[in-house]
Design a protein around this ligand. Structure first.
Ligand code: ATP
Ligand code: MG
Length: 739
């Protein structure tokens, strides 16, 4: 028996206590953000172990990310000791992998099978298509890959995909290709991510004894973020729970934000009928946020239809004097937004708030770029969670490799990275020939290629492809200096087929990559030359990537699920960014409602303060666009919001009234003074950046990290500075201030 004053039981409210101590039978905890669902799961694990109802390895707990699993394990360990190490606690993928490692042969694999990454998967699928003479032009491999992934999310093996589901993709042969792809994976002793779950399901359904042994083992099942499980995950849970029926799922229908990955909100609605006798517990007290934040979030989500409906009440005492309203702030453009947000972060920091308790939560990945630049420039440490930093993303590195090659034709690493990306039919053999020729003649790879294509050392096909590539680079290079660098970048990305490659990609993250490339072009426009930009990037990348210590968090809203911060910054609340254009283009309200749930997730991450911002203008690709405030701003209850705008931002007065009527009006009635015409290409008249540094040799400057120093030389915006205590360094002038 567990004493009632066990540390994990102390302070729970009566509903939470019920959820933690009702250990037997199916249980669904359905409640809003910050009501202690995750806390309940953690306490329940402690309760299970302390009561000796089950051995740690008989408890299976599923979290949404590996990080969440790690945290939960640490908490349980702090409560009941090292027994926590033996819990089966992890994501669906990691748990399935663990099971599959024990029975690989049952699904045709050998121990030590490998898991393919996205690149390898695609390469393999392309081979299958080639063998079957499927034209990649009419059937983009990425589209087929996307279909296969969706089938796997739905637990559909090749023989279970119906004709209707397959449609006429790949000339009606999609299922056949899916089957061949799976066979090929097996012959390589490999599987992809989707297979982890699918194989375990196949195993369970084909081997009664094995299923039985796992069902017997897992006496207790616990699932966090249940609203975002897909069909395959749901079937897996249901199978495992069939023996002991002790399954506890916690979730919030208002936070279902992964339907694009196959999540089925219906799994929540089905719980009672699937698990007869299920107990439902509702938690209503929110222990995370201030009353204003709660009420704003509730007011916003009330605009969604078809909700289960929940009450949220503040669970903490709040000093009315100190509770801040949510702030919304209109700014001129993305740069002003980043400046304003980072200034606010610094203000909060001066007031004693740790950086790690502040988060910038963006809707789409490309938005992080401007914040990262500003954080670097001001020396505020930050970390990007759930994704690489902007300039480290694969598509950005590829694009930079193109630019580097055009700028410095001898850059061999850049050449290698993109000579066959997108695929140009240059096989390994041809590239080896280039490398050998280059070594023998002591030439850079590009120059070696140029000469090699004049010989007949290469086979005709690769020779033609390589000649075309060499000619492309030469042509782009001839445009250096005459064409504005952002236009040149757009041209290169376009003519090389690189953007087209991602546009054809049907993977869920592909549109985000196209957006990142656009953002890159916008970033380049701000420098006076391509060279200056590439130098800037080199310096930014050099900035230490270690993610320790007190750092501001930058991440997407999708990644922030389940987390909490004292202060939350929500930038880019503009129509077509948030709600996102792709959601608005969907027919019906489904897409829009999911965006609204995402906004609800964002707001409810905050304990104390929320600052929402939106810009009047954004540069998208190389064009300025006039932006409309997000409709979600108008949906926030007036009583909980303080609306501000940068001074002088709006010509016609009355700037902060974002009533719904405004949104219904056509764009032209918005009275933002246009800095530049939004219709003309902005590239030609490069924006108002200084063309040369204001610093002169001999000037005294100071830098956040390196201290004071003297400028030795100036090249564009690059400074060579002899620091008094940190040696001579090369940096971009915006990192230092004059003394
Ligand atoms: P989300 O829906 O965002 O995942 P959640 O329902 O999982 O939220 P938790 O993260 O478990 O909520 O809890 C939110 C915060 O409230 C945490 O800081 C937690 O420690 C605190 N909390 C939960 N219950 C109580 C309680 N009874 N007393 C004090 N604090 C509590
Ligand atoms: Mg949670």
């Amino acid at each position: 028996p567990v004493p009632p004053d066990a540390p994990w039981l102390v302070g729970l409210n009566p509903e939470q206590l019920t959820a933690v101590t009702s250990l037997d039978g199916p249980l669904l905890v359905l409640s809003g953000a910050g009501t202690g669902k995750t806390k309940v799961l953690t306490a329940r694990l402690a309760q299970l172990l302390a009561s000796r109802r089950a051995q740690p390895w008989q408890c299976l707990a599923v979290t949404f990310t590996n990080r969440a699993a790690r945290e939960m394990r640490e908490r349980v360990a702090a409560l009941v000791g090292p027994a926590a190490n033996d819990l089966w606690l992890g994501t669906f993928h990691s748990l399935c992998l663990k099971i599959l490692r024990r029975h690989p042969e049952a699904v045709g694999l050998v121990p030590d099978f490998t898991i393919l990454d996205a690149d390898d998967q695609l390469r393999l699928l392309k081979k299958v298509m080639e063998d079957e003479r499927i034209d990649p032009k009419t059937t983009p491999p990425q589209a087929l890959m996307g279909a296969i992934q969706r089938w796997k999310d739905q637990a559909l093996t090749p023989d279970k995909v119906g004709a209707a589901q397959a449609g006429d993709l790949a000339g009606g042969r999609a299922v056949h290709l899916y089957r061949l792809y799976q066979q090929r994976l097996k012959s390589l002793n490999a599987c992809d991510f989707g297979d982890l779950l699918l194989h375990v399901l196949t195993l369970f359904l084909s081997d009664e004894a094995v299923l039985r042994s796992w069902q017997d083992r897992f006496r207790y099942l616990l699932v966090d973020e249940y609203q975002d499980t897909n069909v395959a995950q749901y079937l897996w849970l249901r199978l495992l729970a069939r023996r002991h029926h002790n399954i506890c799922c916690v979730g919030d229908d208002d936070q279902s934000i992964y339907s694009w990955r196959g999540a089925e909100i219906g799994n929540i609605l089905r719980f009672e009928s699937d698990f007869p006798g299920a107990k439902i517990v509702r938690l209503e007290r929110n222990y995370r946020s201030t009353p204003h934040i709660l009420s704003a979030a509730s007011g916003l989500i009330a605009h969604n239809g078809g909700r289960l409906g929940k009450t949220l009440r503040p669970g903490l005492e709040h000093d009315p004097e100190r509770v801040e309203k949510i702030r919304t702030r209109a700014v001129w453009d993305g740069e002003a937004e980043a400046r304003m947000v980072v200034e606010t972060i610094e203000t909060y920091q001066r007031q004693g708030e740790p950086l790690a308790s502040m988060a910038i939560l963006v809707r789409v990945g490309f938005q992080t770029r401007e914040f990262e630049e500003r954080l670097i420039a001001t020396g505020v440490p930050y970390r990007v969670i759930g994704g690489p930093r902007f300039y480290e993303r694969a598509e950005i590195r590829d694009a930079l490799a193109y630019l580097r090659l055009v700028q410095s034709p001898a850059d061999g690493l850049a050449f290698e990275r993109i000579v066959n990306t997108p695929k140009r039919g240059l096989g390994e053999a041809a590239l080896r020939d280039v490398a050998v020729y280059a070594r023998e003649h002591d030439l850079p790879l590009l120059e070696a290629s140029r000469r090699l294509v004049e010989t007949d050392l290469l086979k005709p096909r690769p020779r033609k492809a390589l000649a075309a590539f060499v000619a492309d680079v030469a042509r782009w290079r001839s445009l250096l200096g005459s064409m504005p660098q952002d236009e040149l970048t757009a041209t290169i990305l376009d003519e090389s087929g690189y953007v087209a490659m991602w546009k054809a990609d049907k993977a869920a993250d592909a549109p985000g990559r196209v957006d990142n490339l656009k953002e890159l072009v916008a970033a380049i426009a701000e420098y006076e030359s391509l060279g200056a930009f590439l130098e800037h990037v080199a310096l930014v990348m050099e900035n230490d990537a270690k993610a320790e210590g007190d750092r501001v968090v930058v991440m997407t809203l999708h990644g922030a699920k389940g987390l909490e911060f004292d202060s939350v910054f929500l930038p880019g609340w503009e129509e077509e960014i948030f709600p996102h254009l792709r959601a608005l283009e969907e027919s019906g309200d489904k897409g829009l409602e999911e965006e609204r749930r995402l906004a609800y997730v964002g707001l409810t991450r905050a304990r104390r303060r929320v600052l929402i911002s939106f810009a009047a203008n954004r540069r998208v690709y190389n064009q300025w666009k006039t932006q409309l405030p997000s409709r979600f701003l108008a949906e926030l209850p007036e009583a909980d919001v303080e609306r501000e705008a940068d001074r002088g931002l709006f010509a016609g007065g009355a700037p902060t009234d974002y009533s719904a009527q405004h949104l219904a009006e056509p764009r032209s009635t918005w009275s933002y003074p246009a800095r530049r015409s939004s219709s003309s290409s902005a590239a030609a008249s490069a924006p108002a950046t200084r063309s040369v540094s204001a610093f002169k040799p001999g000037a005294r400057v100071t830098h956040d990290r390196f201290g004071d120093g003297t400028v030795l030389a100036v090249e564009g915006h690059t400074l060579h500075v002899a620091f008094d205590g940190a040696g001579t360094r090369t940096l971009i002038d915006s990192y230092v201030t004059a003394l």
